[in-house]
Design a binder for this molecule. Structure first.
Ligand SMILES: [Zn+2]
Length: 308
């Protein structure tokens, strides 16, 4: 019997990318290898999200155009990946991982996906390396299935969660919170319920102060579930981040989220991270998942987290 908490992965579906493409595809396998070596989590291949679930958050014509490969070249340019059957499989597993993690969270308090957090995908079009919005699909699927009525998205990726904000803009049962770089992509921001815009070069102290101010609002909302988009592209070494956070600052960030959200089902998804070197990014993602280990409410038979 396996009592370790579960994380879903989909890096075994490899997307063919042209040489020099800036998407850091290798970090996903690196992250899984790090967590596999740690041994605290049960790593499970993510199931595919059913098209009917995708269509709760997305225009059915857009969903079908992606699945069938008839999607407009202009839309694929905005997404930033060439279309391929492998991209479809990986995308379905990335969303499916968050869906499965959300069900785990409703059952045992915690769920995690080593992918997803694809917050730039809008209802009828993807963008910025995001095809479908796994956060929105998971929330609307839980709602349809009667598992969670109120949801909150805490998006700490350095880029605004514009797709998520737009999808839920007029939905009072979803609280969207985004802390992001004011001068970073997307340059046309959408309206989250709470937006915190940070200046270039923001340090740990200022970042954690802003986070501390916003967390009580998250709890006050009394969500049935929190989806945490845990992008680590705020690291100083990130090629696209423009902030100046340290690995310790990110650990503090995750600790604060874990403490604030104690007692509320929580899903951790991945998010951006484009560090140079990319190993630093992969290690920061791994540290996030290890911080949330204590959330698992089952019997604690796994080894304690090694000190770092
Ligand atoms: Zn990002």
């Amino acid at each position: 019997m396996n009592s370790r908490p579960r994380l879903y992965y989909c890096d075994h579906y490899r997307i063919p990318l042209p040489p020099g493409h800036k998407f850091p595809i290798e970090k996903y396998a690196m992250l899984r290898a790090l967590l596999n070596a740690n041994g605290a989590y049960d790593l499970t291949p993510a199931p595919f999200a059913p098209p009917a679930d995708l269509e709760l958050a997305h225009d059915p014509a857009y969903v079908q155009s992606i699945l069938q490969g008839t999607v407009d070249a202009r839309v694929m340019r905005r997404i930033g990946f060439p279309w391929s059957p492998e991209l479809v499989r990986r995308t379905l597993a990335s969303v499916g991982g968050t869906l499965a993690a959300a069900r785990d969270a409703m059952q045992c308090g915690f769920g995690g996906n080593l992918a997803g957090g694809t917050h730039h995908a809008f209802r009828d079009e993807g963008s910025g390396f995001c095809v479908f919005n796994d956060l929105a699909v998971a929330i609307l699927t839980l709602r349809r299935d009667g598992l969670a009525a109120r949801a909150a998205v805490l998006d700490l990726d350095v880029h605004q969660g514009d797709g998520t904000a737009a999808i839920f803009e007029s939905d009072p049962a979803v609280l969207t919170i985004s802390l992001h770089g004011e001068h970073n992509f997307p340059f046309r921001k959408q309206r989250s319920r709470i937006d915190i815009a940070l200046s270039d070069g923001t340090s740990d102290t200022e970042y954690l102060d802003r986070l501390e101010q916003v967390l009580p609002q998250l709890i006050f909302y009394k969500p049935d579930i929190i989806l945490y988009q845990s992008g680590v592209d705020g690291l100083a070494c990130d090629r696209l981040g423009r902030l100046a956070l340290t690995p310790d600052g990110l650990r503090m960030r995750d600790q604060m989220v874990a403490e604030a959200a104690a007692g509320i089902p929580l899903v951790v998804t991945l998010g951006g991270g484009y560090g140079d070197p990319i190993e630093v990014t992969a290690a920061a993602h791994a540290a996030t998942f290890l911080t949330f280990l204590t959330r698992h409410q089952g019997p604690a038979t796994f080894d304690p987290i090694p000190a770092s």
